[in-house]
Design a protein around this ligand. Structure first.
Ligand SMILES: CSC[C@H]1O[C@@H](n2cnc3c(O)ncnc32)[C@H](O)[C@@H]1O
Ligand SMILES: [Zn+2]
Length: 447
């Protein structure tokens, strides 16, 4: 039978539960979907394609899922480091966003992020940032898949005076993008329990239920958030939002650190799917704490991985998050068997896809699923010897080993060359945006 593309690999990791690593494998793709996965000899006997990608020394696996980021914040990379969340946010980030975030800023920052994610093997991301139509435009042009959250917050923010206009714009955004592009899922993105009132969070829930759209928000992140919620509402962040109906509609909770055993049970009980996104680098850097990931997984919660924005990471490299997650929970528990390598890799693929509500379509390589996949090169001397492929992926690989990135059957990167973004033009636009930020950092009193 004719297909559009065949991708080969010395190894193939489908991430389908119970399936072993396949050797000398291939995957046949028609349109945006996977048609067949199997031994190279079987695929070659049954399918022919006008295009193919060779697989010597390469592993095929599902594209990575970045469950929480703020793509445009790449332009704030390295602007300020080594602060706690609230100081970082309130004294530096919010004021700089007020000065610099425009549609052009978002377009450039988001394109820089997409370039970095394509190069590192991320095929899907969940974003929450201002001017989401600009982000959606970048996503359409570069070919990635995204859940794009339209932000709303009780305070003035770029483009908005406060709640009323930001919430109205979020409803419009969701209405405009629902069903428009199969690679884009619009979402509601209230900022956090300490910046959105209980009444307004209930409004978000009602709008999300009516639209059938997911919600993504920062939740149970730092001790200061718990202190705020305790002081104002006499409860924990999780019980607070549960009481507002937020677990009755699909929710992607970013961070999910400050949870006790009761909170974990409430999240697991839903009744709607509540995914948790763990951001180890950002959490460590901002001193926010350690998310109870092993306990959440044990309770049956789908836990994914995220980078957060590049202003608190300072890159969008999910391989780093996979490795840090696997290591952090061993340190936190004193148990080297905590979060073993296969589980850490699943958080960036199958479980991560489920956590963001796309588990039926992506995160595993099997017929009928979307053709979102990557090839990584294990041929370098650094990868010798090889006894266990998953061990290399989690503990040795870095993003420069990613050779090929495919989303919905479209090849976005081949032999490390991004096909859909003009890198030289992007560098120019980034340099222009950075000049203004650099000047403001050098003369803060003038700002
Ligand atoms: C309204 S969503 C965008 C908003 O969120 C800010 N932000 C970035 N990272 C974090 C974080 O870890 N916790 C809370 N808020 C964060 C970002 O700067 C935007 O203002
Ligand atoms: Zn964030």
């Amino acid at each position: 039978a004719d297909v559009d593309l065949i991708v080969y690999g010395d190894y193939l990791l489908s991430m389908v539960p119970g399936e072993a690593v396949l050797e000398d494998a291939a995957i046949a793709i028609r349109g945006d979907s996977i048609v067949a996965v199997g031994a190279r000899t079987d695929i070659d006997a049954e399918y022919s394609a006008p295009r193919s990608i060779p697989g010597a020394d390469r592993v095929i696996l599902p594209g990575l899922v970045n469950g929480h980021t703020h793509t445009s914040m790449t332009l704030f990379r390295g602007m300020v480091d080594d602060l706690d969340l609230m100081t970082w946010l309130q004294q530096y980030v919010f004021p700089m966003e007020g000065r610099f975030v425009t549609p052009e800023f978002v377009r450039t920052g988001s394109e820089l992020a997409c370039w970095e994610m394509i190069r590192g093997g991320t095929t899907t991301f969940v974003d929450m940032y201002f001017y989401p139509d600009e982000i959606a435009g970048v996503v359409q042009r570069c070919g990635l898949r995204a859940v794009i959250g339209a932000p709303h917050i009780d305070y003035p923010s770029p483009g908005f005076e406060g709640w009323d206009d930001s919430f109205a714009a979020a409803r419009d955004f969701v209405g405009r993008w629902q069903g428009k592009d199969p690679r884009i899922t619009p979402a509601f993105a209230p900022h956090a329990p300490y910046t959105v009132s209980p009444e307004h969070l209930q409004d978000t829930v009602a709008a999300a239920r009516k639209a059938g759209a997911p919600i993504t928000m920062h939740l149970a992140e730092a001790p200061a958030e718990s202190a705020y919620v305790s002081e104002h509402f006499q409860t924990t962040p999780i019980k607070h939002v549960k009481g507002l109906g937020m677990f009755e509609t699909p929710l992607i909770g970013a961070h999910m650190i400050q949870l006790d055993a009761e909170d974990i049970a409430l999240v697991a009980a839903g009744p709607a799917p509540v995914g948790a996104v763990h951001n180890p680098t950002s959490n460590m850097k901002l001193g926010a704490g350690i998310s109870p990931v092993p306990a959440m997984l044990a309770a049956g919660i789908n836990v994914g991985l995220g980078t957060d924005g590049a202003a608190s990471n300072n890159d969008l490299d999910l391989w780093e998050e996979i490795r840090l997650a696997a290591l952090l929970h061993k340190v936190a528990s004193g148990d080297p068997t905590a979060l073993p390598a296969p589980e850490a890799l699943a958080m960036a693929t199958r479980t991560g896809a489920a956590a963001i509500g796309l588990g039926e379509y992506i995160g595993q390589l099997k017929p009928g699923m979307q053709a979102d996949l990557i090839q990584v090169d294990l041929g370098k001397t650094r990868h010798q010897p090889r006894y266990d492929i998953v061990s290399h992926l989690v503990y040795v690989l870095d993003s420069t080993d990613v050779q090929t990135t495919v989303v919905a059957g479209q090849v976005l990167m081949r032999d490390r060359q991004v096909q859909t973004i003009d890198e030289a033009a992007l560098r120019k636009a980034v340099a222009k945006a950075a000049d203004g930020i650099r000047a403001a950092l050098a003369a803060p009193a003038e700002g």
